[in-house]
Design a protein. Sequence first.
Length: 557
Amino acid sequence: MPIRRLKQRLDEKYRGLVIVTLILLGIITLVVRFFLSTGEGVPHNDKIFILTYDASFKSVDSKSLIRLSPPLDTDNAFIIAQSIENRGLRLLRNSKNKESLRDIVALATSPGNKRLIAEFSVHISPLNHKKLSLTTLTLSTKQRELYLSNSIGIEIDSTEVMEVVKKLTAENHERLIEVIFKYVHQNIIRDNTASNDDATSVLRSRKADALGRARAMVALCRASKIPARIITGFILKEGFDIEPHYWVETHDDSQWIPYDPENGYYGELPFDFLPVRKGGSSIIGESSVEDISISFDVTEQYVPVGQLGGEVKGIMGILDLTRLSFDTRSTIAMLLLLPLGALFTTFCTNIIGIRTYGTFTPTLLALATIYADWITTLVIFLTIAITGLLGRYVMPDKLSRIPRLTIVFTVVAMSMTLGVSIMDYFSLTPAGHVMLVPIIILTSLIDRLYKSLDEDGVRIAMTRFGWTAAVGVGCYFILFQERIGHLLLAYPEIHMFTLVMVLFLSDYKYNKLSDTYWFNWIAEPRNVKSVKSKEILNTETQAPKVSAQSSLQDVEK
């Protein structure tokens, strides 16, 4: 007994020494990193936005085409990454003309419902990324003719256009472009429900949305022999189902000058204006396509100020994770959030008193959800539950772990294959490669479920399964904390304190929340199988003792 107490005291002192050491290391490394920081890197006012195109359509035949116009670089916006998901489509090079050479063109490989998703990471800054050369902005004769002629929705020779041009020219001939801009901005009422957005209808009714107002200004400029074009783009602000914005550019023989008659900007636009197409109002084009629909989403990505200068040379650059590319930083930021998910699971187990299938399983379930989507994860989770309950009664009893795990993996893979096919048929899930991570994670989960069904019974197994899912939901929200993830990316030493908190939680020896009267419903049910097996074991061990005593008494007699 004294030896056991001595060992316990040594363990407590050793654990205390480990905690103190971790705290000191965390403080020292944070201080060193702070003083090594130069304050350079991504400025505070810079932002990263993810612009997403989601186009759905029906391909009539195997020659159906769809075209999307990607964002353009500007003085204040720079495309740093892009990804395209083109299930059932084949990307083509567009070599018709220079204007459309940059477009994303996809060819349908078969008839049926198709989907094209394109994501663009855009770095915008109030400070200029670059300056465009004026020599590259001169117009050729063909371009000048194009930007002075009629086009769809821009009728420069209509009565309404000519009357307004005649009136404005009489007012101020020398500064005609400014007069036209003020007229369109001040005399046309904003009406996003206007049925007609062509220039003639807008000037007649004096009501228009952003596109109609831009067309009216372009028509007036072209009728006044001023080259002008429509610019289609977005104002980068976070939101779902955002609408494109339209403004105007006029040419003065040396450069294009922007005008936004909707908001009243001219000469220089705010830095969050992102052009997508110049000289047209359509972002999407198609051929042999039906039932086409497209939505646009913008989400802001948290980007911390660069530490250690962002481009530190030498061996110290290894410690600067902010020097990595944007996509790599996002992946590592999520990776650094995984220990917080494990910490949350430890808290739920040691303080609240609920049991899950392992410490890391809820966090890995949340990670699987991040890789897929919530519909896919829900289908996977239900499939695992059904497979676990039904498959257990089909699997032979007393099977060793290795063949059992092989059977589990085969059943899960076949079930997921069927699930991917069903969800793909109803267009509910992205490509099948996102299923690889969930399959690997959930194979381990269903093996634990089988083992619990054997040892603890259905009630305990499914209760533990439900709490694993509930804690996984909490871990899911932890993995979405981008600011915390990027803070850990800049200061990974913070996880020293995560380890300290885990050690403190492991030392908790008081009553759990599930031990209280009001919350005893969250405690795990009693293991009936274990109680019965103990009773049987006790009766079996006591029976020989009784018979031995009776036989001894018989011998004595």
